[in-house]
Design a protein around this ligand. Structure first.
Ligand SMILES: [Zn+2]
Length: 181
């Protein structure tokens, strides 16, 4: 058993060169989307400086990089938020808050009621690893306002950071698809 490889040429964006698209399929009968391998290479020197191929789409390099950097900034802002002292204090307080419930089922009911969890009770029990574990994994800038309100605390000290993270996400530039291969 081997592999069939097919190559086709597509004109590059500037029109002076080409993109070589390679499709490899195993030559036995088990053909499915999972074992078809596609790749592409931009053969035009000027286009390969300007564009790159991401998941079989031709995109501009500068837009691709701006998008990547945008997501990286957003992830870093999340990490900084999660590690901030006042956020860690809220997490610890919410862990104590959860410990007052008399069972895991009661915790689950309460969290679902306040849209802080949407798993079935079975899944929730399987993943349950204690209050500290839950607050560590499931509290972030996206739901801390709700957590604070359950604790009877004001969101004032957090709202500016929450807005910043939302703005970061909303302003991540897209890498537009120039060509689909
Ligand atoms: Zn070109």
């Amino acid at each position: 058993m081997g592999t069939d490889t097919e190559e086709r040429e597509v004109a590059c964006p500037c029109g002076d060169g080409k993109i070589i698209v390679t499709v490899s399929t195993p030559d036995h009968g088990w053909l499915s989307a999972y074992n078809v391998h596609r790749s592409a290479q931009i053969m035009c020197p000027s286009c390969s400086g300007e564009f790159l191929i991401d998941r079989m789409c031709v995109v501009r390099r500068d837009e691709f990089n701006a998008n990547k950097i945008g997501w990286e900034c957003w992830r870093n802002a999340h990490k900084a938020f999660d590690a901030a002292e006042d956020v860690l204090r809220v997490k610890a307080e919410f862990a104590e808050y959860l410990k007052k419930f008399k069972s895991v089922a009661a915790i689950h009911r309460h969290l679902v009621e306040h849209q802080l969890d949407n798993h079935s009770i079975g899944t929730f029990r399987r993943n349950w690893n204690g209050e500290e574990d839950w607050v560590g994994k499931r509290i972030g800038s996206y739901n801390i306002a709700k957590i604070l309100s359950l604790l009877g605390k004001a969101t004032d000290g957090f709202s500016e950071r929450i807005r910043e993270i939302e703005t970061l996400q909303a302003t991540i530039p897209n890498a537009r698809v120039v060509m689909t291969l």
